[in-house]
Design a protein around this ligand. Structure first.
Ligand code: NI
Length: 163
C-alpha cells in the first residue's frame, strides 16, 4: 500500500524515532509499504518517519535491490565523500552533503534476523541520510554552508536521486 509522504516541517521529522521491539507482521507491512512508497515516489531511500511512523525502520534501493533495516546502527565508518542530496520530504531543494564514504550498519532484516550491511559510495550516503531521519535530522541540517542549498525544479530523471 502506497502511503503519504510527510513533508518538512512536519514535527515527526524532527523527533527521535523509537526502536522496534520485535519484527511483527505490522512491522513487515510497514516495510513493504515503505518500499512501495519509495518506488512510487520515485526515490532511492525512505525512513519510517517520512510516512508518519516514528519507528527506527529504513529502506533503500539504489538499483541493486531492496534493503530494509530495522533499528539500524552505524558501527563503522571511514573516508569522506560528497553527493548532491535531495529528499522526498523536502521537495524542490538539493545540496551537496559531506558524509562517510564507507559504513557498516547493523540491525535486523525483514525476518527479524541480525544483519550487518557494508556499503560504500551512493548506498553509504543513502543509509546515513535515512538514519539521520530516525534521529530527527534532515539533509539540510548537515550542509556546511546554507548558500549551497539550491532550489530546483525537479525533472523526471532528477527525481530518481531523491532519498
Ligand atoms: Ni530524506
Amino acid at each position: 500500500m502506497n502511503r503519504n509522504i510527510v513533508k518538512f516541517p512536519n514535527p515527526v521529522l524532527k523527533k527521535k524515532a523509537k526502536a522496534v521491539k520485535k519484527v511483527t507482521p505490522k512491522i513487515i507491512k510497514l516495510i513493504d509499504d515503505m518500499v512501495e512508497t519509495m518506488h512510487a515516489a520515485p526515490g532511492i531511500g525512505l525512513a519510517a518517519p517520512q510516512v508518519g511512523v516514528s519507528l527506527r525502520v529504513i529502506v533503500a534501493d539504489i538499483g541493486a535491490g531492496e534493503i530494509a533495516i530495522v533499528n539500524p546502527k552505524i558501527v563503522k565508518k571511514s573516508g569522506k565523500q560528497t553527493f548532491t542530496e535531495g529528499c522526498l520530504s523536502l521537495p524542490g531543494i538539493e545540496a551537496p552533503i559531506e558524509r562517510a564514504e564507507k559504513v557498516a550498519v547493523k540491525g535486523l532484516d525483514r525476518d527479524g534476523k541480525n544483519v550487518c550491511i557494508e556499503a560504500e559510495g551512493l548506498l553509504a550516503t543513502v543509509l546515513q541520510h535515512e538514519i539521520d531521519h530516525l534521529d530527527g535530522y534532515v539533509f539540510v541540517d548537515r550542509v556546511s554552508d546554507p548558500s549551497l542549498i539550491k532550489h530546483v525544479v525537479f525533472e523526471k530523471e532528477k527525481k530518481e536521486e531523491l532519498i
